[in-house]
Write a protein that binds this ligand. Structure first.
Ligand code: ZN
Length: 677
């Protein structure tokens, strides 16, 4: 039995600062190292103190109250707090974690990485896909600027820290198996969430964990759908952002979006669409640009937050294999990411008269351009804000989605009454409930752990998983270790000579075996009819179980690697195993005296020959004048020349079981016989 431990440092029964630490066959992997957009205090980063053995349980930094209530809300220049404590910086995180894996460039999945490596001192390997490695530092730098330059945050990581951190990153290609060390390996699968997003399968010691990060099971305008092979992980750790949602058709949502934007600009309003720099932004830009062309709306400007557009387009071009088939094909004719009607935004445009559309970062309206423009446009009922993605608790976006428009606290110094129209259209590239269940049937895990979701929704999905798949499902909160006991699978290589010997000995020596198992035609062959390939799986399995098994005995050799984890296992014949281990075989012969009144060799021979199961296995022949010798075993029955009132049974220890059966049979022949060793 082996245990898998799952400890969420963030995203346990919550969305934001994803960070799940998994212990697998003694290896500890940190999946994602994100930040929480809703907090500006110590809860911004994952609570790494949960990793310190003696501190486990006493720390619960993430468990305290709401952002607004504690006064440390968005925009407040709170210090990093307890996470920066000397206790943490003195901890050897490199010794505690074997590998860090980042699934994609969104800050709620990678925003804590630089803090963990450059400020907490983790110096071990970091894995992510090539596009993630290229894009993450841009978003991290953007985030750093907002925090340090606009919010005056001190003790924050620097541009040099970001560079140093990214230098340690080992890029991973899709479906490539990367060996972290001799027992731990990683494999990336396409997640379809944003450019370069991947799910990761970690395997060690015969167990495996598939961690999804964010994923999308339906292809969109610029990315393909998530895909994973039948990898049968011991544990599937899946996001559950939309655990209770079955979304309406994408076409209907897109129609809604275009209609709302069109109506707003037609009445002379301004439309604000807060987006992540990469991802939904490109999706919605493609949609709107095409619509503008079709409807002849070229006179109304569409803007995208300055600076990021060009960079984003460059990365899409660079990593075109990561986009969907249609984009790949059309790229030859027209660059899908160079838009006819979309130009870069300058902050001064926010005050220009007349209608316009603005895509601005960040997506949750918690800082930066989108929040600054929102403050300017929120007063007019002609204007519209469309929130196309998920907004974490504590952000202005989340407050708007919750219907808070009266006296909305935008930041520490601003409270406004929102008059502009607010619309929520889910274009998030997350799997909905149907998609999550689809992934479960695609990879067939032994158990499911939900992270990156709200507790109430998780509970609903857990029940659904239990009833649909009869699988155990869990959703541990932050700081709580979930321990799953697993039965490790051990693949055993069989020596071909051993298999051949066992097959032939079965034919020769176990005539009753096949009969007892339904093969009663007497020829003892493995003649079960071949199974038609089209037979349903259940039938095949039943038939396989009906087939006679072939007893196989040998010596099991199991290797261990330097860490003590179980490695290759082989079943060998005794002589091969001895040779392999450089040992010498020592034979042992057993001799038993059977005292009788009159030792009659012919009577014993006749008696043994009359017992069908023994006769063919022993195949005794007379060796005149006073010995019976087994042709197929080492058993010899003899009468000593000087003592005609006893038999001597002698055999090699390997034939012990059979020889003792012969001995018992002879006792039955002469009940008064006495055996003595
Ligand atoms: Zn994401």
């Amino acid at each position: 039995m082996a245990n898998i431990e799952i400890l969420p440092l963030g995203a346990g029964q919550d969305v934001g600062r994803s960070c799940v630490v998994v212990t697998l066959a003694g290896k500890r992997i940190m999946f994602d190292c994100g930040m929480h957009m809703g907090y500006n205090d110590s809860r911004r980063f994952p609570d790494f103190s949960f990793l310190i053995p003696h501190a486990a349980g006493e720390s619960a930094m993430g468990a305290s109250g709401e952002v607004g209530a504690s006064g440390a809300g968005v925009g407040a220049a709170g210090e990093a707090g307890a996470n920066d404590s000397a206790r943490e910086t003195a901890v050897d995180f490199t010794g505690l974690i074997d590998a860090v894996v980042i699934t994609h460039f969104h800050l709620d999945h990678c925003g804590g990485l630089v803090y963990f490596t450059e400020m907490c001192g983790y110096d071990g390997p970091i894995y992510m896909t090539t596009p993630t490695k290229a894009v993450a530092p841009i978003l991290l730098e953007d985030f750093r600027k907002i925090m340090v330059e606009r919010h005056g945050m001190r003790k924050f990581f620097t541009s040099a820290d970001i560079k140093n951190c990214m230098k340690k990153v080992i890029p991973v290609a899709l479906h490539e198996t990367v060996h972290v060390d001799e027992s731990l390996s990683l494999k990336a699968y396409y997640a379809g969430h944003v450019l370069g997003a991947a799910m990761f399968l970690a395997s060690a010691g015969g167990s495996s964990v598939l961690y999804t990060g964010d994923y999308n099971m339906t292809p969109d305008r610029h990315l393909g759908a998530a895909w994973v092979d039948l990898c049968k992980p011991t544990v599937l750790i899946t996001e559950s952002t939309y655990a209770t949602t079955i979304r309406d058709s994408k076409r209907a949502r897109e129609g809604d979006f275009l209609q709302q934007v069109h109506e707003a600009v037609a009445r002379g309003g301004k439309v604000l669409i807060p987006v992540f720099a990469l991802g939904r932004a490109q999706e919605l830009c493609i949609l709107l640009d095409t619509y503008w062309e079709r409807m002849g709306l070229g006179g109304i400007p569409i803007y995208f937050s300055a600076g990021l557009t060009a960079k984003a387009n460059m990365y899409y071009k660079l990593f075109i294999p990561w986009t969907n088939q249609k984009i790949k094909e059309s790229f030859v004719r027209r660059n899908m990411f160079e838009f006819a009607h979309i130009s870069e935004f300058d902050r001064s445009y926010a005050d220009s008269p007349g209608p316009c559309v603005l895509f601005a970062t960040p997506g949750m309206l918690h800082a930066g351009t989108s929040l600054a423009v929102f403050k300017k446009w929120a007063h007019s009922p002609k204007n519209l804000v469309i929130l196309p993605g998920y907004c974490v608790k504590g952000t202005v976006g989340a407050k708007l989605l919750a219907g808070e428009t009266k006296a909305l606290e935008v930041d520490a110094s601003t409270v406004i009454d929102v008059k502009m129209q607010v619309s929520a259209l889910s274009f998030s590239a997350h799997a909905d409930a149907k998609g999550i269940l689809q992934l479960i049937s695609q990879c067939q895990p032994e158990s499911v752990v939900l992270v990156h979701g709200e507790r109430r929704k998780m509970n609903f999905l857990k029940d659904k998983i239990r009833s649909s798949f009869n699988l155990p499902a869990y959703n541990p909160p932050n700081g709580e270790t979930l321990t799953l006991t697993t039965t490790p699978h051990l693949v055993i290589d069989l020596e071909s000579d051993l298999v051949a010997a066992s097959l032939s000995s079965k034919r020769k020596r176990l005539p009753s075996y096949a009969a007892a198992n339904g093969d009663n035609d007497g020829d003892n062959d493995d003649d079960a009819a071949p199974l038609p390939l089209a037979a349903p799986l259940a039938t095949k399995r039943a038939k396989l179980l009906d087939r006679p098994a072939i007893p196989l005995s040998g010596v099991l050799l199991v290797d261990r690697d330097s860490s003590g984890a179980v490695g290759d296992a082989r079943l060998l014949s005794a002589s091969s195993a001895l040779q392999e281990m450089g040992m010498v075989e020592v034979g042992m012969t057993v001799a038993v005296d059977v005292h009788v009144a009159d030792a009659d060799l012919a009577a014993v021979a006749a008696h043994l020959a009359a017992l069908p199961s023994l006769a063919s296995e022993l195949n005794m022949t007379h060796d005149p004048p006073n010995r019976l010798v087994s042709a197929s075993t080492s058993l010899v029955i003899s009468i000593p020349p000087d003592n005609p009132s006893k038999f001597v049974f002698a055999w090699h220890y390997r034939d012990d079981a059979l020889a003792r059966r012969a001995l018992t049979a002879v006792h039955a022949l002469a009940p008064a016989a006495q055996a003595a060793l």
